[in-house]
Design a protein around this ligand. Structure first.
Ligand code: C5J
Length: 226
C-alpha cells in the first residue's frame, strides 16, 4: 500500500493509490483517429481526435515509468458480425457500414489493420488489451474481473471519444465502485461542444461520475513516485 497521491481536479482533488490504480486508454484505434476508418465513414473530421496523441503519449510513458497498470481497449466485432446487434449495424447513413471493406480493412472488425491501436500508443508487452463489442468497456468483456483480480480501485481514463466510449465507460465504472479521473487533454471528441459538456457532466454535482483534470497534475503526482 503506497501513500495516496493527489491531483488538483474538478470538483475537488483526486486522491489515488498508485498500487491500486490503472491507466485506461480507450479505443485509440486507427478506425477512430485515422482517415478511412469507422469515424470518418460517419462523416467526422478525424484530425480533431489526433490532438490527444502527444499528451497521451506523455501520460503513457510516465505511467509505465511509475509502474502503474496500463489497460487498452478496442471497439470492434467478430468477422461474422455475430456480436454486432442489427441496431448498431443499420444505424445512420455512413459511407461504409461496419464489416464493409475499407482502405484499412473491414470497418471495425477484429484482426483488421484499422481495428488496431495506433503505433504511437501501441500496447507494451504484458499490458492488457480488452476487445469490446459495445461503447462501454465493461459490457460483454472481462474488464471488471481483471480489475478486481488486480485489486484496482481507481481508473485514470483517456481515449476517444469523450461523449461516447469514454462517457459510457466512466458511467459503467462509477456504477461498479471505481473512482475515475478523466484527463481532459487526453480525451477527444469530433465535436467541441460535446467535449466541453461531456467533461462538465462528469464533474458536475460534486463529481456525479468522477473527476476531471488536465494531464499536468497527474504527471506531477507521478513524479513524486518515480
Ligand atoms: C464511437 C468510441 N464514437 N470509441 N466509439 O462510436 O467512442
Amino acid at each position: 500500500m503506497s501513500d495516496p497521491l493527489l491531483v488538483e481536479a474538478d470538483p475537488y482533488p483526486f486522491a489515488f493509490d498508485p498500487d491500486h490504480t490503472a491507466l485506461l486508454l480507450i479505443d485509440m484505434q486507427r478506425d477512430f483517429v485515422e482517415p478511412g476508418g469507422f469515424g470518418e465513414t460517419l462523416g467526422n473530421d478525424v484530425s480533431l481526435l489526433r490532438q490527444v496523441i502527444p499528451p497521451l503519449r506523455d501520460v503513457l510513458d510516465a505511467t509505465r515509468r511509475a509502474g502503474l497498470t496500463v489497460i487498452h481497449t478496442r471497439e470492434g466485432h467478430l468477422p461474422d458480425l455475430s456480436d454486432c446487434p442489427p441496431a448498431k449495424l443499420n444505424r445512420g447513413a455512413p459511407s461504409l457500414r461496419i464489416g464493409d471493406p475499407g482502405p484499412k480493412g473491414r470497418i471495425l472488425v477484429r484482426g483488421e489493420y484499422g481495428h488496431d491501436i495506433i503505433d504511437e500508443l501501441a500496447p507494451a508487452e504484458g499490458e492488457l488489451v480488452i476487445d469490446k463489442p459495445g461503447k462501454g468497456a465493461f459490457y460483454a468483456t472481462g474488464l471488471d474481473q481483471a480489475l478486481r483480480d488486480g485489486d484496482v480501485r481507481s481508473l485514470v481514463v483517456t481515449g476517444v471519444t469523450t461523449e461516447v466510449c469514454v462517457h459510457t465507460t466512466v458511467r459503467e465504472a462509477n456504477d461498479r465502485g471505481y473512482e475515475c479521473l478523466v484527463l481532459s487533454d487526453c480525451v477527444g471528441s469530433y465535436f467541441a461542444g460535446f467535449q466541453r459538456y461531456g467533461l462538465e457532466m462528469i464533474a458536475a454535482q460534486g463529481g456525479i461520475f468522477g473527476w476531471v483534470a488536465p494531464s499536468g497534475g497527474y504527471l506531477k503526482a507521478l513524479e513524486a513516485r518515480s
